[in-house]
Design a protein around this ligand. Structure first.
Ligand SMILES: Cc1cc2nc3c(=O)[nH]c(=O)nc-3n(C[C@H](O)[C@H](O)[C@H](O)COP(=O)(O)OP(=O)(O)OC[C@H]3O[C@@H](n4cnc5c(N)ncnc54)[C@H](O)[C@@H]3O)c2cc1C
Length: 415
């Protein structure tokens, strides 16, 4: 330490900036493997649990459920998790009376387990907060900001908003798509904004959804109806960005009418319950996931279109890979912030994330329009996948997140 350097007030193996769904899970994983961690989050944890904070629900792939179980979070989540056994994809024109184009994924084709579970983000946040507060070796500082971060040859020093200093051997940026930590370290991104926003709302309906998720492809983008507990569904309604403000400012009566027009009558009377939320949509990929003594995870590394419900699942795969790499290095007595250790993480995750981001981009472009020839192509594509059993099963197991070189946590094994 330099003579005038301030002694750190707090010290851990890893400092994680961002305690959202991904950062919190990383903290739990590291501590399960015997490392210590400090999570710094700018938001107030109590606000993050409020009904107005985040109306989204997430599709949680089977491998992600196994990981959350291994980390001791699933037992709190299970009562609120809605299993989804079938996905029905249809071209919006079905409802206009044109030739129906359907794609049906049925879990029975690949096994007895559901395809995935739907969980409201408020439940995910609550269960993670409880687990974080109980995890030995894990400290949550929130609301708190990371003002400056110094990356040195032996470790990092983070100056906190309250004047204290936290030190660690490694910093992880889990501070979301607008990551200040990533940008501050000079890690570049590429990507583009879509001319679309995602409107999110919860709908209560008369008839049971039967555990079936629906995705309609409308000219403005995908309109997903995702089953929740208690005869409710979560809507992810992709809308043209210029039209979105009008939908958000409509009276409840008019918004319900617009919703029902798209939703259709198949679940009986349907009514929006609670507020509406909206999210700008875009694709953003960091070129590099690592820099000296820094790694990126979750949306800080890759933010994608929600068309396939994979953003959080990708973040969990980052967490599973990074925690395994770091814990294995620590057990061998290696420096967990060393570049060759971090390079193993980058190699493991970057290619998969780029591929999935590319697939979601192509799907969104192909399906978010009403151009005749593209309708024909996507109709042929849907029809082809629906006809060919092995192709259908391939897509279902990909969505389950259990393919490829899986880290231990995603296999449901301890670190
Ligand atoms: C409409 C929509 C639907 C979606 N549906 C699904 C789905 O069904 N399935 C799925 O897998 N994914 C889905 N996603 C994607 C998923 O929500 C995100 O990928 C996921 O929430 C990213 O989590 P994160 O923790 O990386 O980032 P964030 O959730 O953005 O969390 C970042 C955290 O960092 C904190 N922070 C930010 N800046 C600072 C700072 N300077 N200092 C300290 N803290 C800071 C914030 O307070 C926040 O807590 C959806 C996304 C959208 C928009």
């Amino acid at each position: 330490m330099e003579p005038n350097e301030q002694q750190p007030d707090l010290n851990a193996d890893v400092v994680i900036v961002g305690g959202g769904l991904v950062g919190a899970t990383l903290g739990l994983a590291l501590c399960q493997g015997g490392l210590t961690a400090i999570i710094i989050d700018a938001g107030d944890p109590k606000t993050a649990l409020g009904a107005e904070f985040d109306g989204r629900a997430s599709s949680v792939a089977l491998a992600s459920c196994r990981m959350l179980d291994q980390l001791g979070v699933w037992r709190d989540l299970a009562p609120d998790a809605q299993p989804v056994t079938d996905i029905v994809v249809s071209d919006g024109r079905v409802r206009d009376g044109a030739a129906p184009l359907f794609l049906h994924f049925d879990h029975e084709e690949i096994g007895e387990e559901p395809l995935f579970h739907m969980l409201e983000n408020r439940h995910l946040r609550a269960a993670l907060q409880t687990a974080v507060s109980e995890a030995p070796g894990l400290t949550l500082l929130a609301p708190q900001t990371a003002e400056t971060i110094e990356y040195g040859p032996q470790g990092v020093r983070v100056a906190l908003g309250d004047g204290r200093v936290a030190s660690a051997r490694l910093c992880v940026a889990a501070d979301g798509r607008n990551s200040r930590v990533r940008d501050g370290a000079g890690l570049k991104t590429m990507g583009w904004a879509y001319d679309q926003w995602g409107i999110v709302a919860t709908v209560a309906h008369e008839e049971p959804h039967g555990n079936v998720a629906h995705e309609y492809f409308l000219p403005s983008g995908p309109f997903a109806i995702l089953p929740l507990t208690d005869n409710r569904s979560s809507l992810v309604w992709t809308e043209d960005k210029d039209q979105t403000p009008a939908f958000l400012s409509m009276s409840d009566h008019d918004f319900n009418a617009a919703m029902r027009d798209r939703f259709g009558p198949f679940l009986g009377d349907a009514q929006v319950v609670g507020p509406r939320w909206s999210y700008p949509l875009g694709l953003q990929l960091a070129h590099d996931y690592i820099a000296p003594r820094l790694a990126l995870v979750g949306d800080a590394a890759h933010a994608i279109h929600p068309i396939a419900g994979q953003g959080f699942n990708m973040g969990l795969r980052d967490v599973a890979a990074l925690s395994e790499v770091l814990i294995d290095a620590a057990r061998l007595g290696l420096d967990i912030g060393a570049t060759d250790v971090l390079a193993r993480y980058q190699t493991w995750r970057r290619f998969d994330n780029v591929m999935l981001a590319g697939v979601t981009d192509v799907l969104n472009r192909l399906f978010s329009n009403d151009i005749g020839p593209l309708r024909v192509v996507r109709g042929l594509g849907l029809g082809l996948v629906n006809q060919i059993g092995p192709l259908r099963r391939f897509f279902m197991s990909q969505a389950g997140g259990a393919s490829g070189d899986l880290p231990r946590l995603l296999r449901g094994e301890p670190l």
